[in-house]
Design a protein around this ligand. Structure first.
Ligand SMILES: [Zn+2]
Length: 177
């Protein structure tokens, strides 16, 4: 696997210890873009809509309090929040409770379950496709002791056909199927 790594600023997200890193990242990281200042609300039906972010507070044990204005999630909805500095990474929170805020209009507060981590290492790599040789920039979250396998997992989540030995970009992978 040949690529260049450069670290972006680590992002402080929460303040408790790292427990089961693999499970945490599998459940709470999504390789999709969420626009800055917005929250993507995904309902159980699969429909997603954007709300405006008012505040996000990370507490103990992966508990998050999210305040926003606009479309209101229901119990069991998923909230996607942009990760600072990332273009293709979102934080994925499960809604445990929602209540209305008195002001501003259409504002709400949701208590959510998210990753119980101190910080994310958001990384970026220049990945070249083994078939078309085109180089694309890929973002991923480093969470295990093996950066290579974290990158491979992220590539697969972003439409690549990737292993430690071979990486095929989404375009070539689609063309072959
Ligand atoms: Zn390709």
């Amino acid at each position: 696997m040949s690529y260049q790594l450069f670290t972006k600023q680590p992002q402080i997200v929460c303040c408790t210890a790292l427990l089961n890193k693999f499970l945490i990242m599998f459940e709470f990281i999504s390789y999709q873009n969420t626009p800055g200042g917005k929250i993507r609300v995904e309902f159980a039906s699969g429909i997603t809509e954007l709300a405006d972010t008012l505040a996000v507070v990370a507490g103990e044990m992966g508990h998050y309090e999210v305040q926003a204005q606009g479309v209101r999630p229901t119990l069991g909805s998923i909230l996607y929040l942009p990760v600072k500095g990332g273009r293709m990474v979102s934080l994925k929170l499960r809604v445990l409770g929602v209540s209305e805020l008195i002001s501003p209009v259409n504002a709400w507060k949701a208590s959510c379950q998210g990753p119980d981590v101190k910080e994310f290492n958001l990384r970026c790599l220049d990945m070249s496709c083994d078939e078309c040789k085109e180089v694309s920039q890929v973002e991923f979250i480093e969470y295990s002791d093996s950066i290579e396998s974290d990158a491979v997992k992220a590539l697969n989540q972003q439409g690549w056909l990737a292993s430690l030995e071979k990486q095929v970009c989404p375009k070539c992978y689609k063309a072959a199927h």
